[in-house]
Every structure is written in structure tokens, then in C-alpha cells.
Design a protein around this ligand. Structure first.
Ligand code: MN
Ligand code: MN
Length: 319
């Protein structure tokens, strides 16, 4: 049982709409708080969307997710887990990322994550656009000294070459860059849910050439989600694995509040099933990215994102 200090207040003691919102009502621990030494899983926000190619707004994601996540209760009744009792979890705050200077922003985020890893905290990042993930992957690679596996749930591979003829990184290429920088092991990487129109096939071809297992949505619906996740588990195996969840993995009927929605995706139950099927893997970090509150007037997308974050946290708990 974890330290009582780390238990979120129950909605039966303090109404869920009351109090200062943190991720899942967990205690906020600033950078110099000595209790960071006791933290197992640390949530933090990367409020940045400077690499978004179309509809912006994911910079508001961490705040939207914090607010929505105050509805999360203690128990996952489907799995019987009470993750806040099993692990000391905390909200480590947001990184101050420049909204106008990409290099500065990415450096600030990577340096923050390096500090989290130095304290032996498992990082759980809330984005922000998907390029934010590259900073976590870079910090993990530097701390571990070797590449690791990847499970990506997304409607896009994010393996595209640079846009606009230059070298600019965008939210369309974090995993291409992560492979080129040897952060992730492409042969232990699986990408699930790809669909939608495309510029061309260069992203799939890059992935295939490097050994990434890409599972387009047609294959997913053909073989069924339990089989999809069995394949995913086989690809990443027992080794250290990072899990990245782009909210546009879901059908826009369920998650309209995102920058690059694609039709024909899974529903919210199917998405939850996919995350639960990850339990038992050696998950060294996770993220939930691309929630864009300006395109989410109902708040449904943020609520779905917060719920997926809770399921991911449960999947991280040792069986
Ligand atoms: Mn993405
Ligand atoms: Mn996407």
C-alpha cells in the first residue's frame, strides 16, 4: 500500500468539481519537493503545439485533461485494480515550453524529463502535440543507454519526412526521428490503427524498411482487437517498452477535439480494451497526446483522454 499522502481525495469527501485540479486529484509536487523521492509514477504536462500541421490547440491539453480527470475514481472495477494504492503517483506540474521557439521548447521538455528519470520516476506525459513525445523518448534513451520497444495507438504512423522541404520536425514525424536517433528499436515497435488519406506511402515504406509492424485499421477490424493486441505483445516482447497514445486513434465520433481527426476508427470501449491488453508488459513510460480543448466544446474528448490515462496507469501496475 502506498503512502496515504499520495491518495487522491475521494469524491465522497470533497466534491469532484471542487479543489484545485491536478491530474486525477493527485498531490502536486514542485521541482524541489523532497517527496518526489517517493514517487513511482509522475504525471506532467507538456503544454505545447508548435509542431502541429493543421488545427492547433493541444497546448491547452494538459489543463483540459487535469480538469476532466477529477472525475476519475479510485477503483478500476473491470480489472479490480486500485492503482493509487499500489503505486505512489503525483502531478509534477507543467514544463515551461516556449510557444514560439521549437528548439528551446524541446530542450526544456527533454531536460525536465531527464530530471524525472534521475529521480527514478516513471514518466507519464500529457500533451501537447505528438512531437512532445520525442523529448520523452530522447530522455529515456539517454538515461537507459539503449533503444527500447514502442506501442503506438494512433490513426497515423508519424513516420513522415520533414514538411515544407526543410528539416523542421512536426507532429507528423516524431517516430521517424526516434528511429533515426536510435531511441526506439523499430523491430520491437508496433503501430496500430492507421487510416485516412495520405500524401503518399513514404511513412509506411520507411517503417517497413526498418522492421516496424504497422497495423492499418482494415487489418485491425478484420482480425479483431484481441488478436491485434496479441500481435502487439508479440512484437514488443518482454523488454522495456514505451506506450504512446494519440487521442486521434479513436473515431472522431468519440474524440472530435483533436488536430487531425480521421474517420473509421475504434470506439471508446475498443480503445479501453486495447490499453487493458497491455498489462504485464515492461512499460517504462507512457503518454496521452493531441487532445485539443478548443475543438472540444463538450469536453468529451478530454474526458476520454483522462479515462485512457487512468487505464494506461493501470496497465503500468505490476501484475
Ligand atoms: Mn500522432
Ligand atoms: Mn494521429
Amino acid at each position: 500500500m502506498s503512502n496515504p499522502f499520495f491518495q487522491p481525495p475521494s469524491g465522497t469527501d470533497l466534491p469532484r468539481y471542487a479543489g484545485v485540479p491536478t491530474f486525477m486529484r493527485l498531490p502536486y509536487l514542485g521541482p524541489d519537493d523532497p517527496r518526489r523521492a517517493e514517487v513511482d509514477v509522475g504525471f506532467f504536462g507538456l503544454p505545447w503545439d508548435g509542431a502541429t500541421s493543421n488545427r492547433p490547440g493541444a497546448r491547452h491539453g494538459p489543463r483540459g485533461l487535469r480538469d476532466a480527470s477529477t472525475m476519475i475514481r479510485e477503483m478500476n472495477r473491470a480489472t479490480g485494480q486500485t492503482p493509487f494504492q499500489a503505486m505512489n503517483c503525483a502531478d509534477l506540474g507543467d514544463v515551461a515550453m516556449s510557444p514560439v521557439d521549437q528548439d528551446e521548447a524541446l530542450e526544456a521538455a527533454q531536460s525536465f524529463v531527464a530530471g524525472v528519470l534521475a529521480q527514478d520516476i516513471t514518466p507519464f506525459m500529457a500533451g501537447g502535440d505528438h512531437l512532445c513525445t520525442l523529448t520523452v523518448l530522447r530522455a529515456l534513451r539517454a538515461a537507459r543507454g539503449e533503444a527500447f520497444g514502442l506501442v503506438l495507438l494512433d490513426s497515423h504512423t508519424d513516420l513522415y519526412p520533414a514538411y515544407f522541404g526543410g528539416k523542421t520536425l512536426t507532429h507528423g514525424n516524431p517516430f521517424r526521428q526516434a528511429i533515426l536517433e536510435d531511441c526506439i528499436d523499430p523491430k520491437r515497435s508496433v503501430m496500430i490503427g492507421m487510416r485516412g488519406t495520405s500524401y503518399n506511402n513514404s511513412d509506411f515504406e520507411f517503417g517497413w524498411e526498418h522492421g516496424v509492424r504497422i497495423m492499418p485499421i482494415e487489418e485491425c477490424f478484420q482480425i479483431g482487437w484481441p488478436q491485434v493486441m496479441a500481435v502487439a505483445r508479440e512484437v514488443v516482447g518482454d523488454g522495456p517498452t514505451y506506450v504512446s497514445f494519440d487521442i486521434d486513434f479513436l473515431d472522431p465520433a468519440f474524440a472530435p477535439g483533436t488536430g487531425t481527426p480521421e474517420v473509421g476508427g475504434p470506439n471508446s470501449f475498443e480503445a479501453v480494451h486495447c490499453v487493458r491488453a497491455l498489462r504485464g508488459l515492461d512499460i517504462i513510460g507512457a503518454d496521452l497526446v493531441e487532445v485539443s480543448p478548443p475543438f472540444d466544446p463538450s469536453g468529451n474528448t478530454a474526458w476520454l483522454g483522462a479515462s485512457i490515462m487512468f487505464e494506461l496507469l493501470c496497465a503500468m501496475q505490476s501484475p
